[in-house]
Design a protein around this ligand. Structure first.
Ligand code: NAI
Length: 339
C-alpha cells in the first residue's frame, strides 16, 4: 500500500507532538514537509526529524505535488481557511480542534469538505481514540450501563503550564470553545443526543487576563439533552496537581468512570506527605497515545479509502454549543441551544 506523505503546519506545543508522531509512530505515513511562520523552528524540527521540505508559507506547502495530506495544527483562527486551501490543492486533511473560532467559519469549512467528497477530512477529537474512552463507548453501545442519565466531565489544566496558556488564550476562541470542546464532543458521543438547554457559569479565580477577555479562567456548564440526558462540564486552568481529566457516565444499569486522578505510572511515593501518585504533567503526556491513535486512523482511512467517524459537522455542532455556553455565561441565564 502507498505511503501517505504528509505536510504538517504549526510546530508549537501540539504541532510538534503530531509532527513527531507522524515521523516516528504512524505506520504507512511519512512526514515529508513541515510549515511554521517561525523559520528557526522549522529548521530545528526538520533537522531533528529528517524532514525533506521546509516552509514558512502554508500556500507554498499545499502546492507541493508530492504531498498526499496536510495536518493542520496552527492557531485555531486559521483552521477554516487552511482546510479550504489544502482541500482545494487536492490534499486529504487532518485538522486539530476546534474547527475554527466562529460558527460562520466552521460553515465555510463544511462547504470546503462538501466540495471534495473524494478526500478524507478528519477533526482531532482525540479523546475518542484514547483506549479508556474507546472501552467506555464499547460498553455503552453494548448496553452494559443501560440508558445514559448523566455525563460529568472535568478538564483541568495544571497551573505549571499557565505561561503558554496565557499566550494562547487571546486567540483560542475562549474557554468554552478551547477547553470544553472535548467534553461537549463526549456528551454528544455518549448520549447520542444534542443539548436542548445550556447554562454556562464561571469566574476569574486566579488569572486576570481572562476578565479582560470577557471570559473565566474556570468555567462550567450544565446541559439538558433532547433525550432528557443531563450533562455537567467543568474546565479549569488552575489545577495544582497536574493535568486532570475525568469523565463519568451514569446509566440506568451502571456507571462508567474514567481516570478520576490522572497518573502516568504505577509509582507511589511514600513520604511525610503520605502516599502520593504523580499526575500527568500536561495534556501532551495525558493524551500521547490518543494523539498517535487518531493520526493512525487518519492515515488508515486514506489508505483504505474510508471516512473517519469524526466529521466536519461534529466540529460545527460542538462549536455552536460552545458559543451558546459562552452567551449563557455572559448573560447569566440558561438558554435554549437555538432561539
Ligand atoms: P502554539 O501556540 O503552541 O503553536 C502554534 C504554532 O503555529 C506556533 O509555532 C506558531 O509559530 C505557528 N503559527 C502561527 N501562525 C501560523 C500560520 N499562519 N502558519 C503557520 N504556522 C503558524 O499552539 P498549540 O497549543 O500547539 O495549538 C495549535 C492548535 O492545536 C490549536 O488549534 C489548538 O486548539 C489545538 N490544540 C488541541 C489540543 C487537543 O487536545 N486536541 C491540545 C492543544 C492544542
Amino acid at each position: 500500500m502507498k505511503t501517505v506523505k504528509i505536510g504538517s503546519v504549526g510546530l508549537g506545543r501540539l504541532g510538534y507532538e503530531h509532527a513527531k508522531n507522524i515521523a516516528t509512530r504512524v505506520p504507512g505515513a511519512e512526514l515529508t514537509a513541515i510549515c511554521d511562520v517561525a523559520a528557526d523552528r522549522v529548521r530545528e524540527v526538520a533537522e531533528e526529524l529528517g524532514v525533506k521540505y521546509q516552509y514558512t508559507d502554508f500556500a507554498e506547502m499545499c502546492a507541493n505535488p508530492e504531498l498526499d495530506a496536510i495536518a493542520i495544527v496552527s492557531p485555531s483562527m486559521f483552521h477554516g481557511e487552511q482546510i479550504k486551501m489544502a482541500l482545494d490543492a487536492g490534499k486529504h486533511v487532518f485538522c486539530d480542534k476546534p474547527l475554527d473560532t466562529t460558527v460562520e467559519k466552521c460553515k465555510l469549512a463544511e462547504k470546503a469538505v462538501e466540495a471534495h467528497p473524494d478526500k478524507v477530512f478528519m477533526l482531532g477529537f482525540m479523546r475518542r481514540y484514547d483506549p479508556s474512552y474507546v472501552k467506555a463507548k464499547a460498553k455503552l453501545d453494548n448496553g452494559d450501563i443501560g440508558r445514559v442519565i448523566l455525563v460529568r466531565s472535568y478538564t483541568q489544566d495544571p497551573r505549571t503550564t499557565i505561561e503558554g496558556t496565557l499566550k494562547f488564550a487571546p486567540h483560542s476562541g475562549g474557554q468554552f470553545l478551547d477547553m470544553c470542546v472535548h467534553d461537549i464532543d463526549l456528551v454528544r458521543w455518549f448520549t447520542g443526543s444534542e443539548p436542548k438547554n445550556v447554562w454556562g457559569i464561571g469566574g476569574v479565580f486566579e488569572f486576570e487576563l481572562y476578565r479582560e477577555l470577557n471570559d473565566g479562567d474556570n468555567v462550567a456548564c450544565m446541559m439538558q439533552c433532547e433525550n432528557e440526558a443531563m450533562a455537567f462540564m467543568f474546565a479549569g486552568r488552575a489545577s495544582a496537581h497536574g493535568c486532570n481529566v475525568e469523565t463519568e457516565i451514569v446509566g440506568t444499569r451502571g456507571t462508567l468512570r474514567i481516570a478520576s486522578v490522572g497518573t502516568d505510572s504505577m509509582l507511589e511515593v511514600m513520604s511525610k506527605h503520605g502516599v502520593c501518585r504523580e499526575c500527568y504533567p500536561d495534556f501532551l503526556a495525558r493524551w500521547h497515545e490518543a494523539y498517535t491513535n487518531e493520526m493512525i486512523e487518519f492515515v488508515s482511512c486514506i489508505r483504505e479509502g474510508r471516512k473517519p467517524e469524526v466529521t466536519v459537522y461534529d466540529g460545527t455542532a460542538v462549536s455552536e454549543i460552545a458559543y451558546r455556553c459562552k452567551e449563557s455565561f455572559e448573560c447569566g441565564e440558561m438558554l435554549p441551544l437555538r432561539d
